[in-house]
Design a protein around this ligand. Structure first.
Ligand SMILES: Cc1cc2nc3c(=O)[nH]c(=O)nc-3n(C[C@H](O)[C@H](O)[C@H](O)COP(=O)(O)O)c2cc1C
Length: 403
């Protein structure tokens, strides 16, 4: 069949994590959407899920060992490597990530990955300790430099009955990422995206500070997605509990002043600037060098206004730079968002009603309206922050993406 009209073909690698059973659901969803799925298991993964499941779901053999040769007349790992449009490893174990980072090719899956020129997408899944292990983090950085793409794990209840980062992203998110790569969409390739996120902390004394409820989740989702869509990403982040996204230049800051300094240092090269941070409007006028003691009368803390980072970017940006702001409002959402859009010279604003269930601070989902400079409104109904990140980036991207 002509290569241009054949269905998209992927190699779906499955490695040995509890999350391996979710790969069966993913395979089924991909097949139903018309993707030709070639499953490959690692030997250890086959202790969690069997090749028969994947063969039945995909209609293709599910090799494990490099010397399994299920395609007559072909060397299987080379044939798979050359004839697929994408390799997705779901779930990707710590061990598999390490082997790939070190160029090992000692089973069918790793040999196929080593031989391919196709894009490679990993959905890591592992215990929090394994994820935070410096070896894993170094291996992820290495793979990011080699051009691997990631669907970051989330924080949640793990199979080891602990709560933490390392839980595989949900299957719907992974399928969306696979479909997006298959559509050949790296619309932000060659672009620099600068994102601010999280709260700021304005110190009162050495132990106390003023802050807000921002979790940073929307900004981190934007950073991961922009990276996956091909951009070089700088993420300037106030204090959050989130791990730095793989392959993203993450600059931790605490105060609004530090955030402003970091923005000023990185804004020149940015093509798209997304200000998702919840910057404190005020800071204590003076910071007590010593912990303020109780002495019978409550202290008065005088506040002064912080410099408005978004307004500064709006004033100083070049016409070729796209500026996106967020409006987190608890009343008169659209009117307030429009005022901010015009008043701060933004190109787009994402208006969030923080009082709606499933929207705003610390939620994993969001509900918003995207408003353009010319007043066009796109409602973004309740969806995961990752999905919303992709919708926002695609809409504001100056290059019409082939999505
Ligand atoms: C019950 C159980 C669950 C496991 N879950 C994970 C996991 O989620 N992620 C991971 O990286 N390793 C996990 N491991 C360890 C891997 O299975 C082990 O490192 C294995 O050698 C990986 O093989 P592979 O990378 O070749 O598939 C688990 C092991 C067991 C016994």
């Amino acid at each position: 069949m002509n290569d241009l009209i054949r269905p998209k073909r992927i190699v779906l690698g499955i490695t040995a994590s509890i999350a391996a059973y979710k790969a069966a659901d993913l395979a089924s969803k991909l097949v139903k959407s018309g993707v030709d799925v070639y499953p490959v298991l690692t030997a250890e993964a086959a202790r969690f899920v069997g090749p028969a499941t994947f063969t039945a779901l995909t209609g293709h053999p599910c090799p494990i060992d490099t010397f399994d040769e299920p395609f007559p007349g072909e060397i299987a790992h080379i044939w798979l490597a050359r004839n697929c449009d994408l390799i997705a490893i779901v779930p990707a174990s710590m061990n598999c990530i390490a082997r790939l980072a070190h160029g090992l090719a000692d089973d069918m899956l790793t040999a196929t990955v080593m031989a391919t020129a196709a894009p490679i997408l990993l959905a890591p899944a592992m215990n929090t300790g394994m994820w935070n292990n410096p070896a894993t983090q170094a291996n992820l950085e290495t793979l990011s430099k080699y051009g691997y793409q990631f669907i970051e794990p989330v924080t949640g209840m793990l199979a080891c009955r602990t709560e933490g980062v390392g839980k595989m992203a949900d299957v719907v998110t992974i399928e969306a990422a696979i479909q997006s790569v298959l559509r050949g969409s790296q619309p932000l390739s060659g672009k620099h995206v600068l994102i601010t996120t999280g709260p700021t902390r304005e110190p009162i004394d050495p132990v106390r500070y003023l802050t807000n409820r921002s979790s940073g989740k929307m900004g981190y989702a934007l950073a991961e997605t922009a990276r996956r869509l091909g951009a070089a990403v700088t993420l300037i982040s106030g204090p959050t509990a989130l791990p730095a996204p793989i392959g993203v230049q993450t600059i931790p800051v605490e105060t609004a002043r530090e955030m402003m300094n970091a923005v000023q240092a990185h804004v020149q090269t940015a093509n798209i600037i997304i200000a998702a941070a919840a910057v404190a409007d005020y800071r204590p006028e003076t910071i007590s060098p010593q912990k303020i003691k109780k002495n019978g009368s409550a202290p008065t803390i005088a506040l002064v206004e912080n410099e408005d980072i978004l307004a500064w970017i709006g004033k100083s940006k070049r016409p070729d730079q796209t500026l996106v702001g967020f409006a987190a409002e608890s009343e008169n959402l659209l009117a307030n968002a429009n005022k901010k859009l015009q008043g701060k010279n933004l190109d787009w604003i994402v208006a969030n009603d923080i009082t709606a269930a499933g929207a705003g601070f610390d939620a994993d989902t969001n509900i918003a309206t995207l408003i353009s400079r010319d007043g066009a409104q796109t409602p973004l109904p309740k969806m995961s922050k990752r999905e919303m990140a992709e919708r926002i980036l695609v809409a504001v991207s100056p290059i019409p993406p082939a999505l």
